[in-house]
Design a protein around this ligand. Structure first.
Ligand code: ZN
Length: 475
């Protein structure tokens, strides 16, 4: 009852406040997007200069920086310290007197980055150096560019005085790269009230730049689920001078040789089928032919084979995948160890069962000396986002307006993002890295000399603003 009364009072206060604020009644003005992109570029550079390599993350420093900008723009926000030194920023623009999570759109980006090996970089990884049209720095793509673009979007909406049809929730998250105790999972569990929303835009999609033109805008609507499986070989220990057929190292090596080339049958799903169908419109003839053949039952198997051979990423999008990543065996040159282990990084298509796959792998290896065990902390097995939602349709409509000749298509990412946690919370979350990037640009993510073309960054800021303002403004 008290809650209800206070809500009514809050609504009343909002009406008075809104009525008294001249800007709220003024007609909305189109923001100067070139100027906005300039500002956003400054924010991106500043944020690159704040080292948030995870571990340890230290996101609090960036969180305070972002909060100060929101503060200056009179956008209500708070910094929440999830664990010591690890802060997130939550900002809001409200469409009406009461928060309305059932229609709210979240703009999400993570503040932490992976680490760097400074000896491999040609510039200071935290210097935000601009060279030959690129901004260099750890996080230049992943994910400080999106963080700056999200910030530019909410600031521009606020300044324009646009009448909103839905609430905007700004979230600068932490601990995405490690998914530990300060990650979005924890934020959803503990602070859902503060970030509640129905839609979200996050990293994970891509704007593919090829031969100087945007070929497609990939809207990430689903992602593979990450697991680690530990393979253990056991056998008798012994002297290195007496070879034995039951040597654990030999058995592990044989198992890994089989597992490394093991192909789970392909299973195109709604998203990958639609992806290839759309991509066929802009691909070269030969490749496009195989993409269309996926839909012809008598040629589908051959099509899968061709596409899988043409691109390792397509291969991974089409099936559960197994990648050996670590091998551990032995401790002395002249000792046969009694145990040898390996790690398999397994990425499952959403909805598939890891236990079933482990069963199949056991049969394929067929060796009583080999055992499989699922490692703790598996990824989130989330249902895909809806390809007919109003947000998906907005991006699909705006993408070709923004980049002429480009197609919009749904995308199933092979890597994991924070979106899976949101999807499990019934949020229609989509990945939209709005910056046009080539494969070569993209490959530097998590790598040495990560960089983003200045022009692509600016274009991405504008594209994101257009999508969000179209989706969130009253028409
Ligand atoms: Zn990222």
């Amino acid at each position: 009852m008290f809650r209800r009364l206070s809500k009514i009072m809050l609504a009343f206060a909002w009406l008075i406040f809104a009525g008294g604020d001249a800007r709220a009644q003024a007609p909305s003005t189109q923001p100067d997007l070139a100027k906005l992109a300039d500002e956003a570029q400054g924010w991106l550079s500043d944020m690159i200069r704040i080292n948030t390599s995870n571990p340890p993350g230290n996101e609090m420093a960036v969180a305070k920086y972002i909060s100060a900008i929101l503060q200056k723009e009179n956008i209500p926000n708070e910094v929440v310290e999830i664990t010591p030194g690890r802060g997130i920023v939550i900002g809001h623009l409200h469409a009406g007197p009461l928060p309305d999570a059932a229609n709210a759109l979240m703009l999400l980006a993570h503040q932490d980055t992976v680490g760097v090996d400074p000896s491999k970089w040609s510039v200071d990884a935290f210097g935000a150096v601009v060279r030959e049209g690129y901004i260099y720095g750890r996080g230049a793509i992943d994910d400080k560019a999106m963080l700056a673009a999200n910030l530019a979007t909410i600031v521009a909406l606020k300044r324009s005085g646009a009448r909103l049809a839905r609430d905007i929730v700004f979230l600068a998250s932490a601990d995405e790269e490690q998914g530990g105790s300060a990650s979005i999972k924890v934020v959803i569990e503990k602070y859902w009230d503060k970030i509640a929303c129905a839609y979200a835009l996050n990293e994970g999609g891509r704007v593919m730049l090829k031969d100087g033109k945007v070929q497609y805008v990939g809207i990430q609507a689903s992602e593979k689920v990450s697991y680690n499986v530990i393979v253990t070989a056991t056998g008798p220990s012994g002297h290195g001078s007496i070879p034995r057929p039951d040597n654990a190292v030999v058995h592990l090596a044989a198992a890994i040789a089989k597992l490394g080339t093991y192909q789970v049958p392909a299973e195109p799903n709604t998203i990958t089928r639609r992806y290839f169908e759309q991509l066929a419109k802009v691909e070269e003839n030969d490749t496009a032919k195989w993409m269309r053949a996926l839909e012809q039952p008598e040629r589908a198997d051959l099509a899968v084979k061709h596409l899988s051979e043409e691109s390792p990423m397509w291969n991974s999008m089409l099936r559960d995948s197994i990648t050996p990543t670590i091998i551990n065996a032995g401790f002395r040159n002249n000792v046969i160890p009694s145990q040898a282990t390996a790690n398999l990084n397994v990425r499952m298509l959403p909805g598939h069962s890891i236990d079933e796959l482990i069963g199949q792998l056991g049969k394929a290896v067929n060796d009583p000396q080999i055992k499989f065990k699922l490692a703790p902390d598996p990824g989130e097995n989330a249902p895909p986002s809806d390809l007919t939602s109003s947000l998906y349709k907005t991006i699909e409509r705006i993408a070709p307006q923004e980049f002429s000749g480009a197609v919009a298509l749904p995308f199933l990412s092979t890597g994991a993002t924070d979106s899976a946690s949101l999807r499990l919370h019934k949020v229609q979350a989509y990945g939209l890295n709005p910056f046009p990037l080539t494969d070569a640009d993209d490959a530097r993510m998590h790598g040495d000399d990560e960089r983003i073309p200045v022009e692509s960054f600016r274009k991405g800021v504008m594209f994101l603003y257009h999508v969000v303002s179209d989706f969130a403004s009253t028409k």
